[in-house]
Design a protein around this ligand. Structure first.
Ligand code: C5P
Length: 220
């Protein structure tokens, strides 16, 4: 594999990875991989097709039938604009179920790796540093308390005009964390050489700055 600079950003949902990844990609002028969106797309496509979310083989054929296009602020799946549909909590839960299937993870591996292009890549997910890009120059594991993550999610949804209850979101986040951390296939955990950052009481700017500072020595 050519030596393309990669920064991986792993951690539980709502820790701020997406926003920080976008900041970093903009700062360096790099590509970005939102790997969670791929799992959300599989969960959504499978639910729409009435596929059993625990049937690995059927899910792999769902993946092979997916034509996906990412444009700024828009995702299309087989020609349908699914930008909002894949961001709901239902889609997040479906994503976390299909993500527990090793066959689905294997089917998405090459697709994810194809995002590693010059001048560089910021990869956001759960197993970017541990499985997909173990050679990354810098691996970051970003966390925040479940309550803080539920609150951030609530504000995000409100901005998009989606109503939700903080307590329900917190319960869903805990349930999803539990499933992501305890699954056998690529469980959510920091890479051994990851820089761990707890963003509970940090701003997005603070997090981005501390990653850029840490990256100085790895990218030169
Ligand atoms: O990051 P996001 O919340 O969009 O991801 C949705 C779900 O997809 C996660 O809860 C997780 O189960 C799964 N996922 C994963 N591996 C990744 C990215 C996401 O298992 N690299």
């Amino acid at each position: 594999m050519p030596d393309i600079p990669i920064i991986t950003l792993d951690g539980p949902s709502g820790a701020g990875k997406g926003t920080v990844a976008a900041r970093l990609a903009q700062h360096y002028g790099w590509h970005i991989l939102d790997s969670g969106a791929l799992y959300r797309l599989v969960g959504y496509a499978a639910s729409q097709a009435g596929t059993d979310l625990a049937d690995g083989e059927a899910l792999v054929s769902v993946v092979s039938g997916m034509q996906v296009q990412f444009a700024p602020n828009q995702v299309t799946l087989n020609g349908e604009d699914v930008s909002l549909a894949i961001r709901t909590e239902t889609a997040g839960n479906a994503a976390s179920k299909v993500a527990a299937m090793p066959a689905v993870r294997a089917a998405l591996l090459d697709w994810q790796r194809s995002y590693a292009k010059r001048p560089g890549l910021v990869a956001d997910g759960r197993d970017m540093g541990t499985v997909v890009f173990p050679q990354a120059r810098l691996k970051v594991f970003l966390t925040a308390s479940a309550d803080e993550r539920a609150l951030r999610r609530y504000k995000q949804l409100k901005e998009k005009g989606i109503t939700a209850r903080v307590a329900t979101l917190a319960a869903e986040i805990r349930e999803r964390d539990e499933r992501d951390q305890n699954r056998a296939a690529a469980p959510l955990k920091p890479a051994e050489d990851a820089l761990c950052i707890d963003s509970t009481s940090m701003s997005i700017d603070d997090v981005a700055h501390s990653i850029i500072r840490a990256a100085e020595s790895c990218l030169s």
